[in-house]
Design a binder for this molecule. Structure first.
Ligand SMILES: [Zn+2]
Length: 148
């Protein structure tokens, strides 16, 4: 699949995140690696970044989940803005992953800046009001991190 990059666009690879069979190769094509160590050093091209942002609005919750997952590795403040609306996603596990990505520094050590206050307020409301206890717990845990 190495030569597919020439004929397939980042948007098409993002679509493939919804397909179990193709997902690993799609991640490799988008991010240049698949394991945690590789992803921590990932340099995300602008067209890939834009495709992942669009992926957060995909009709498939699997694609939205993976788009959040990969945006978690983008050392770019715009990634937070793209992920924030998914705190209101109808699917529990998508909201939970959005909370993780917003609270996480481990996946993107290059980002030093904390979250802006509106996102922190939103996380506080998720921690109290989200209908799913796992999502509330994840938000509460994120808010306890000293570097947030
Ligand atoms: Zn993370």
């Amino acid at each position: 699949m190495a030569s597919y990059r020439a004929v397939m666009s980042p948007n098409e690879f993002v679509e493939l995140l919804g397909d179990k069979e193709s997902r690993v190769e799609a991640i490799r094509q988008l991010m240049g690696g698949v394991d945690a160590r590789e992803l921590r050093r990932a340099v995300v091209a602008e067209d890939v970044f834009q495709a992942l942002v669009r992926g957060t609005r995909n009709e498939s919750s699997v694609v939205r989940w993976w788009s959040v997952q990969l945006l978690d590795h983008c050392p770019d403040e715009r990634a937070y803005r793209a992920v924030e609306p998914l705190l209101d996603d109808p699917v529990d596990r998508v909201r939970r992953n959005a909370v993780h990505a917003l609270g996480c520094r481990g996946c993107k050590p290059a980002v030093a800046a904390g979250l802006d206050s509106t996102v922190i307020e939103k996380l506080k409301s998720v921690a109290v009001s989200d209908p799913n206890p796992k999502v509330r717990h994840e938000a509460a845990a994120a808010l306890l991190r000293p570097d947030l």
